[in-house]
Design a protein around this ligand. Sequence first.
Ligand SMILES: Nc1nc2c(ncn2[C@@H]2O[C@H](COP(=O)(O)OP(=O)(O)OP(=O)(O)O)[C@@H](O)[C@H]2O)c(=O)[nH]1
Ligand SMILES: [Mg+2]
Length: 297
Amino acid sequence: MNRCGTIAIAGRPNVGKSTLLNRLVGIKVSITAHKPQTTRHSVLGVRTHGDAQLIFVDTPGIHVDGKRVLNRVLNRTASTALLDVDAVVFMVQALSWTEDDQRALELVNRCGAPVFMLVNKTDRVADKPKLLPFLADLPRPENLREVIPVSAKTGQNVDILEKHLIDIVPQGEHRFDPDDFTDRSMRFLASELIREQLTRFLEKELPYSLSVGIEQFDIEEGLFRISGVIWVEKSSQKGIVIGKQGAMLKEIGRRSRESMEALFGTKVFLQLWVKVKDGWADDLRAIQSLGYEGSDD
Ligand SMILES: Nc1nc2c(ncn2[C@@H]2O[C@H](COP(=O)(O)OP(=O)(O)OP(=O)(O)O)[C@@H](O)[C@H]2O)c(=O)[nH]1
Ligand SMILES: [Mg+2]
């Protein structure tokens, strides 16, 4: 009898949820960056271990300061993803507990599924004994099963989590082919890889105001021909994205193309354009038109 379960990965922004998802799945299905709220969609990652299929839902980081519409939509996307799952991986960062962690804990407590609490980035803790009082004082989720110190980056202890999850998934038919690793289209993954490079290069200059659309995705013999539009809020931001004599856009394009070639295993021809869409991060309809799920109530 096969087993199949859905596991949400939740926590405040920047704790390493997407890095963990990619490690659990074995390839990059969700983009990562140092900037908070990098993940904006609930991305599914799938890994099949024999008779047990684990379907992971990466969620946007839960953040208390919900003034901007985009932030509220992201919080809503995260809490919706916690409904109806078989387990929750609640991630926090070693030696750090913030108001956002508290908010994330409240949402995790509402969902009722068993919780595995991961204390991530332990590779950054040089003085390991310091972890002990932190672990002892951590607020405990209601349905806590295990607290596991991990490093999503190095993979340390991620196998322990994986074993626990394989043990608890309920009986059920597999929803994905064993070779599938995500429910997202190549088109979506391509747009995310562009957004990843934009977020990494322009971390300080362009808070939240970027979005990417794919206008062309043609599969030719031995080549993917892709063109993408980078949407910014103001024309001044357009200049920043393009850079001096186009240098920034060229570098972002080169890196995006390389990560697409690595993910798709084929040559990619990539063209990027930058366009201005006025005030989109504050405009719910514009956000929805760019493909974000969720509503703002
Ligand atoms: N040193 C170290 N860095 C990590 C680890 N896990 C993640 N990071 C880094 O932390 C940053 C945030 O990682 P993400 O995986 O994007 O975090 P996230 O929780 O998905 O963030 P949001 O999508 O914004 O909510 C990136 O720069 C990662 O490389 C870890 O175990 N150790
Ligand atoms: Mg993320």
